[in-house]
Design a protein around this ligand. Sequence first.
Ligand SMILES: [Zn+2]
Ligand SMILES: [Zn+2]
Length: 140
Amino acid sequence: MGAPYTARCACGSVTATIRGEPVGVRQCWCRQCQQISAGGATTNAMFRVADIELNGELATHGYLADSGNTLTQSFCPTCGTAVMGRSSARPHLRTLRFGFLDEGHGLAPTAAIWLDEAPPWATIDPALERFDRQPPAPPS
Ligand SMILES: [Zn+2]
Ligand SMILES: [Zn+2]
């Protein structure tokens, strides 16, 4: 396992190749991630912008998050697959959704964040580092 990683949306209109290791892999339970994921957490790998080669058109939605950062979420405009997010606090990183990454990548989350907003039925792997809200930024 390891870089390069490849990614593809459900319809194939958006693809990516990532030539570098993620700086962090997290599960996020914030309300907006529940909306993206249809009710659960999102699972995400944060990669450096310089390592990502993205092909295809994206639809985007930006908003002011509870963290105080402006988040911009990207989707395939044809099939709706969640592709990635970017935060105004971390312009050098993109948060790629596990559902966009091709299978066999071998990555797994090490932390669960925004547990304050998780539904009561959520099951959190006890092996994960836990954060009730936004954790400190990963190293650049
Ligand atoms: Zn698509
Ligand atoms: Zn989230």
